[in-house]
Ligand binder design. Structure first.
Ligand code: ADP
Ligand code: MG
Length: 879
């Protein structure tokens, strides 16, 4: 079987031609694919380069030189660098070696096809000539035979009639001559038949098969070369080649070297070993009693009729705390046992099935286990401490046996009492004297002390703030000797802390919402922008990610952002220390005490960060009428009541996650900074509670798209050009501020008084020079988006220029949807092929050329908004 024996016929000939055509087209198309492939590989290499740049930003070698984890990350970075290099080299080889070979094959294939056709035509024409020769001889033969028949008949006729002489002679001569000619022609015909037979034998038996076989051989040779191109392609695009595998193995080895049990012990410990913390001595300062002439003894409890009751009180209080601690410890111990079983099961599961989900669950439980262990250890210390304290007091009291406590000595006899001019205003407004300049006063008159304390407790908070100094002194002096454990109100604690005089915040309000430092449901990222200096703090509301329950969070800046969930399970609110009935009281106390919020963070509350002007109260916004449907929720017309201002309000459904709420608010945050007649004006964000709202000026004409569809036809060219100019001015303002809108379209512009156009809907905007989309392209407005953004997710202001071109087209086509009748996919394909929409009817040619410039495929060839503005102003003058 072969071309020579099986492809002689006409059909085969046609087949061979189509085969060659198809092969050439296949190769040419593959050449396009090849180009796209190495471009994509280069692109990938450049993207990976960003990975490397990011990795190089941080150099922690000095601190982490012991760390196998750090080594692993470094190896990953190094091997990724090798990978980038390899990718680049391969892409270069594809673009030179492989592409060159492919080009050569294609030209050879084209030459071969041409040569085949010419040769075949020549052979066919030779064979035809032979056949024509036979045919020619045959018809000559036939004609002569006819003539002979005629000459013979004439001659016979003359002979029959008995005529003689020249007539007969002539007839006979003609007859003879014709006979001779016929004989010659007969021979010619016989020879031509023989020649044709011989030719055919040679043509069919040798020439044609040889020609076809040689063509087959060349075809095969070229296929060989074509195959090499594909092999080369495979080799250069093989991402699992031995070389890549080696890089991967090297990374894998580095990761396998991470051994959590030896990373820190001895690794880190060897590097940072320190001496154990030495114990502090808590000894009674004997000097306190130097001038003292009474019965108090160093490090010994004083038990008399004045202190006995409070000591008993203290003892039973410790007893209660001890019981609570013991029960907590029991609970936690049994939880720990259950956890241990779960951890073991998860551990087995991880060994069996090494999935991320299993590992995460295991790590989660292990963390819980360690936290519990730590808590149990702490609880144990507390139990021991309380046991010791309780028995220390008990021992003292037990010594009394059944005897009543000794009576307190009369201080006046010792002449210790000093007079003082300190005064405090009692609740009755009567000035009361009390005089407790030193601890000995305690012993003087127990009653006196009590009444002074009562006065203090009864005083109003304002009084306390005003006369803080006096109160502080009085309280400071009462504390050292007192075992009393009165109610812990914030006032009390403030007094204890002695900070009444430098309170930095107003008194606690009864409702959290009324506190200026409460920022409602503003997300973490948003509030962080408000905290700048150590001690800045505020409170916000959020949702527990696991249980979805509402929780309150204290956000503080203290060498970085810290967020503390305010514990409130028991009906009172607390951090690590005491509980308070309301969050305002807790925060007030925490601020006044100057104590760290938690021991670990050491964060101290210094400056409450109050709501900014743009943080509106939800109650101040009354929604009147729905005017649109937004991505995150509905859009309403409403009134901002404090200023009686008509506003547009974008709401965020309260069912959305915190993440989505954050995205929703991004629009408000971006808009907040802008002030331009062609940008919709921002009024504020209401986030005191759900639903969160972005409040903007109400632009009466609504969306530009609707306006164009209803009234576009009645606008003249100058008016439409002015609308283009308005939107370009707004965009030029954004361009100058490094804001990419990403969703510029007539539906996202608004029409105000005198038909002024304002850019709106900053839901997709970014304040970056270049923004690369990583997530899917689901929500991309394809028909408005520039090719480079669609193809590589790369957004810049120049992409907005493309969208702006479409917006101009919408304006002049009175709100027609672009690429009418085409799907997104079709439009995208056509654009890639170089198609651009024709000008809508009546578009001035200069405006259309501007549109076309906005749709230049190469971004750098598009005009900037500033230039567009200038151009439109110029055009506007003579329209
Ligand atoms: P989304 O981000 O969901 O697309 P938009 O900002 O585009 O939301 O608003 C949706 C619609 O609500 C607009 O098309 C317009 O009709 C109306 N709208 C939005 N903002 C205003 C405003 N400031 N004044 C008047 N109408 C508005
Ligand atoms: Mg919109």
């Amino acid at each position: 079987m072969g071309f020579g024996s099986d492809l002689q016929g006409r059909v085969s000939h046609e087949g061979l031609l189509s085969l060659q055509d198809a092969e050439i087209r296949l190769l040419e198309n593959f050449r396009k694919c090849l180009i796209l492939r190495y471009e994509a590989d280069r692109q990938y290499a450049s993207s990976l380069n960003k990975f490397l740049q990011q990795a190089q930003k941080l150099d922690l070698r000095d601190v982490l030189d012991f760390s196998a984890y750090h080594d692993a990350v470094s190896t990953i970075v190094k091997e990724t660098e090798n990978m980038v290099l390899r990718l680049r080299l391969n892409a270069d080889a594809l673009s030179s070696r492989t592409l060159d070979t492919l080009n050569a094959v294609i030209s050879e294939k084209k030459a071969l096809r041409k040569q085949y056709l010419e040769e075949r035509n020549r052979l066919d024409s030779d064979f035809n000539k032979v056949q024509e020769n036979v045919q020619g001889n045959k018809s000559e033969y036939l004609r002569m035979a006819e003539k002979l028949k005629l000459e013979r008949a004439k001659y016979m006729d003359i002979q029959t009639k008995g005529k003689i002489g020249s007539k007969l002679e002539d007839a006979r001569a003609r007859y003879h001559k014709t006979t001779v000619k016929l004989h010659k022609l007969h021979n010619d015909y016989v020879i031509s038949l023989k020649d044709a037979t011989e030719f055919q034998t040679g043509y069919l038996g040798t020439t044609l098969p040889a020609f076809l076989d040689s063509h087959q051989a060349v075809q095969e040779t070229l296929l060989h070369q074509s195959k090499f191109v594909l092999e080369d392609f495979l080799e250069l695009t093989n991402l699992s080649s031995e070389e890549y595998q080696a890089m991967h193995r090297s990374m894998e080895d580095a990761v396998n070297k991470i051994e959590p049990t030896t990373e820190y012990t001895p690794g880190f410990i060897t590097k940072f070993k320190s001496e154990k913390l030495s114990k502090l001595m808590f000894d009674f300062d004997d000097k306190l009693l130097d001038d003292y002439k009474g019965v108090l003894k160093p490090s010994t409890l004083q038990i008399d009729d004045a202190t006995c009751e409070s000591l008993q009180h203290k003892k039973s209080e410790y007893g209660d705390q001890l019981a609570a601690s013991q029960s907590t410890m029991e609970q936690k111990t049994s939880m720990l046992q259950e956890l241990a079983v779960e951890v073991q099961q998860l551990d087995d599961k991880v060994v069996e099935d090494h999935t991320l989900d299993n590992i995460t669950k295991y790590v989660d439980k292990r963390k819980q286990q360690e936290i519990l262990k730590k808590e149990i250890a702490e609880e144990k210390v507390r139990v021991e401490r309380l046991t010791d304290l309780q028995s220390y007091i008990s021992r003292g009291l037990d010594e009394l046996g059944d005897n009543p406590p000794p009576v307190l000595a009369d201080l006046q006899e010792n002449g210790d009492l000093e007079t003082s001019s300190n005064t405090s205003t009692s609740s009755t407004g009567k000035k009361k004297k009390f005089s407790l300049p030193n601890i000995t006063g305690l012993r003087k008159n127990n009653q006196g002390l009590k009444s002074s304390r009562d006065d203090v407790d009864k005083s109003s908070r304002d009084d306390l703030l005003e006369t803080g100094h006096g109160v502080r002194e009085s309280y400071e002096h009462t504390e050292p000797g007192s075992f009393s454990n009165g109610p812990r109100t914030s006032m009390n604690v403030m007094r204890e802390a002695g900070l009444m005089q430098d309170v930095g915040i107003p008194q606690p309000k009864s409702r959290l919402e009324d506190e200026e430092w409460f920022h409602g449901v503003l997300p973490r990222e948003e509030v962080q922008r408000l905290l700048n200096n150590d001690g800045d703090y505020l409170v916000r509301e959020s949702k527990n990610k696991r249980t979805n329950e509402t929780q309150y969070v204290l956000s503080v800046y203290w060498s970085g952002y810290k967020h503390f969930i305010i514990q409130g399970d028991t009906g009172a609110w607390k951090f690590e220390g005491m509980s308070y009935p309301t969050i305002p009281e807790l925060i007030f106390q925490q601020h006044c005490s100057g104590d760290p919020v938690t021991t670990k963070s050491q964060a101290i509350l210094r400056t409450p960060i109050l709501r900014e002007e743009w943080e509106l109260m939800n109650d101040d916004i009354s929604l009147e009428m729905k005017i649109g449907n937004g991505n995150f929720g509905e859009v309403y017309k409403g009134v901002y009541t404090p200023k009686n201002l008509v506003v547009a309000v974008k709401t965020c459904k309260d069912t959305l996650s915190e993440e989505q709420r954050k995205k929703f608010l991004q629009e408000g945050r971006i808009l907040k900074q802008y002030d331009h007649p062609n940008i919709v004006c921002f009024i504020g964000i209401a986030a005191q509670r759900q639903p969160v709202m972005i409040v903007m000026e109400f632009v009466a004409g609504g969306a530009l798209l609707g306006f164009l569809r209803k009234q576009g036809k009645s606008q003249n060219k100058a008016q439409l050009t002015k609308m283009c100019l308005d939107s370009a001015s707004g965009m030029a303002y954004l361009e100058a501020r490094g804001c990419i809108h990403r969703d510029l379209a007539a539906r996202n512009c608004l029409v105000g008084d005198s038909n002024i156009v304002k850019i709106s809907d900053f839901g997709m905007s970014r304040e970056e020079e270049e923004y690369t989309v990583s997530e899917g392209m689901k929500q991309i407005p394809i028909k408005w988006t520039a090719p480079e953004a669609l193809n590589y997710g790369k957004y810049t202001t120049i992409c907005d220029v493309w969208s702006y071109g479409i917006l101009m087209w919408e304006i002049f086509s009175c709100g027609t949807t672009p690429y009418p009748g085409w799907t997104n996919g079709q439009s995208r394909e056509k654009i890639e092929d170089g198609y651009r929409m024709p000008a809508p009817v009546g578009t001035p040619s200069e405006v259309y050329s501007l549109m076309l410039r906005c749709w230049e495929y190469q971004p750098e060839r598009r005009p900037k908004f500033e230039e567009i503005c200038k151009e439109l102003k110029r055009i506007g003058k003579h329209i």
